[in-house]
Design a binder for this molecule. Structure first.
Ligand code: XMP
Length: 508
């Protein structure tokens, strides 16, 4: 039986994903759908939430609310732009707020008792972000709550159709989660049966059904997403899955061996190892510009992968660790693991793969929970992001054997010191960057003239923004002295104290 589902209609708001995520965390499945992708009514759809959006509903090109969403006959909660679009559709009036944009905290006063507000006080802190407001309600709608400036919450007199001007999905609306919970559990009566652990079996079954006896190829990077996809697909189809691990020679010390050991011995996967170091080095020869380096690596990767696919093939499916956040178009439910004839990452269309994306309905933290349910090790899930082009973008300028050796050795020392001092637990990502600068030093009685190595350590929650980590001076001192003493060719170590923005996390 399908789990109850809440559809979040996307009007382009920045927090649309957060709405879906909050509902899933309440164990009700939630999917984001495009505003014009209206499904037919079905028993599993329990509610519709209309998201916020960046535009004005009064603009000539504004997206209107299609009444078909309301005609599905399930409870509707319209948020911000969604509320304005709904009120407009029902015959109310929306105008630009004369006081200008309202952004930030506001106090909402509740005038009407309603199931939406169960467990809340008469006054609540809510978070607003809007330029227009509803100035006249449609017939049949009543005001449930107001703030100093606007109608904060409204509802239809007889039907469970709600509008809120504030954003219940953000944490600054202190009881926002409670309101969403009231809406989906009490008003929409959605059953809290969706559990990420339980979907492991469903996903395995879906893959088995979709793929049948056909063969699947998967590029294994050692990262969480491709690793979890591999374990999941292996569970479904076993030997018909071939994983390919391409070693471009730009991995951290010991990484290739580590990935192979984990996925071959520990998880028992069929992994083809390709040593393509020479091909990548040839392609990078003479290149100094970061974008040129990235492009050369991307192209070589595709060439190598294509060769392997041809030698080991034929394959019917290419598996990818695409996550929900990567999915631009909406509408993919738990069972929708297959999308046909896609051309992703530049893989030539003529290879004729269909695409298998078992994680495309999951958020990153849900993938981690799924991996736990699959019995994967914690250390495999907590892995730091590592850029596809590897150490090539962590050594400025041309990639050479000499620089690669320095980059690997200094990074290994940083990792060891951060491990031993427990610093790993306080930072989100860390690595060394081999700069292209040289500086004078003195060792013993000798003058040295070696490379400058930068240490980058940041705190972050998603890599979109980051702050430099306040690593204790004693730890930094140990890193610096160990690198300069042990890695030949390095005369100086500096610490990067740039946040993102304006810097990026990687240097190239
Ligand atoms: P930036 O440098 O843009 O990096 O602040 C943000 C996050 O993305 C990682 N990153 C990459 N990951 N392929 C990847 O898979 C890449 O080409 C790539 N470049 C950057 C980076 O390590 C950081 O976590």
């Amino acid at each position: 039986m399908k789990p109850d589902k809440v559809l979040v209609v996307d009007f382009g708001g920045q927090t649309t994903r957060l709405i879906a995520k909050t509902i899933r965390a309440l164990n009700v499945y939630s999917d984001i759908v495009a505003h014009d992708d209206i499904p037919s009514a079905s028993d599993d759809i329990k509610a519709v939430i209309l998201s916020g959006g960046p535009k004005s509903v009064t603009a000539p090109d504004a997206i209107r609310l299609d009444p078909a969403w309301v005609e599905l006959g399930v409870p509707v909660l319209a948020i911000c732009y969604g509320m304005q679009a709904a009120m407009q559709a029902f015959g109310g009036r929306v105008e630009k707020d004369p006081e200008g944009r309202e952004f930030g905290k506001a106090t909402m006063r509740i005038h009407h008792k309603d199931a939406l507000f169960e467990g809340l006080a008469k006054e609540e802190t809510v978070w607003m972000s809007h330029t227009d407001s509803v100035v006249a309600l449609p017939e049949d709608f009543i005001t449930l709550a107001t703030s100093n400036r606007v109608l904060a919450a409204v509802r239809h007199q007889t039907k469970p159709i709600y509008g809120v001007q504030f954003h219940p999905e953000v944490q600054h609306t202190l009881n926002g989660k409670r309101m969403l919970e009231n809406f989906i559990r009490v008003i929409a009566e959605a059953k809290a049966t969706w559990k990420i652990e339980r979907i492991a079996d469903n996903l395995v079954e879906d893959i088995r059904k979709a793929v049948g006896k056909k063969r699947v190829l998967l590029g294994l990077s050692g990262g969480v997403d491709s690793g979890v996809s591999a374990v999941l697909i292996d569970r479904a189809i076993g030997k018909n899955l071939t994983c390919v691990f391409v070693d471009h020679g730009l991995l951290r010390e010991g990484e290739a061996e580590d990935v192979l050991k984990r996925y071959r011995s520990q998880y028992g996967l069929n992994v083809v190892f390709v040593d393509a170091k020479d091909r990548f080095f040839d392609a990078l020869s003479g290149l100094r510009d970061p974008e040129a380096k990235r492009k050369a690596i991307g192209k070589t990767f595709i060439d190598v992968f294509t060769d392997v696919a041809t030698q080991q093939g034929p394959f019917d499916y290419l598996a990818q660790g695409t996550l929900y956040t990567d999915v631009i178009e909406s509408g993919a439910g738990v069972g929708a693991t297959i999308k046909s004839h896609h051309n992703v990452g530049g893989l030539p269309e003529k290879l004729g793969f269909d695409l298998l994306e078992p994680l495309r309905s999951l958020f990153k933290d849900e993938v981690r929970e799924l991996a736990r349910a699959l019995g994967m090790r914690e250390s495999d899930l907590a892995r730091q992001p590592f850029p596809g082009p590897g150490l090539a973008v962590r050594m400025l300028g041309e990639v050479t054997e000499e620089k690669l050796a320095i980059a690997k050795a200094s990074d290994a020392i940083l990792r060891q010191v951060f491990d031993e001092t427990g610093t790993v637990n306080d930072v989100w990502q860390f690595f060394t960057v081999l700069t292209d600068a040289r500086s004078v030093g003195v060792m013993g009685d000798e003058r040295t003239y070696g490379y400058v190595v930068a240490v980058r350590a940041v705190t972050s929650s998603d890599g979109m923004t980051a702050d430099w980590a306040r690593v204790p001076h004693a730890v930094l001192e140990r890193v610096a002295s160990t690198i300069v003493n042990r890695v030949e060719g390095v005369s100086r170590v500096v610490y990067d104290i740039t946040s993102k923005p304006p810097g990026t996390i990687e240097w190239e």
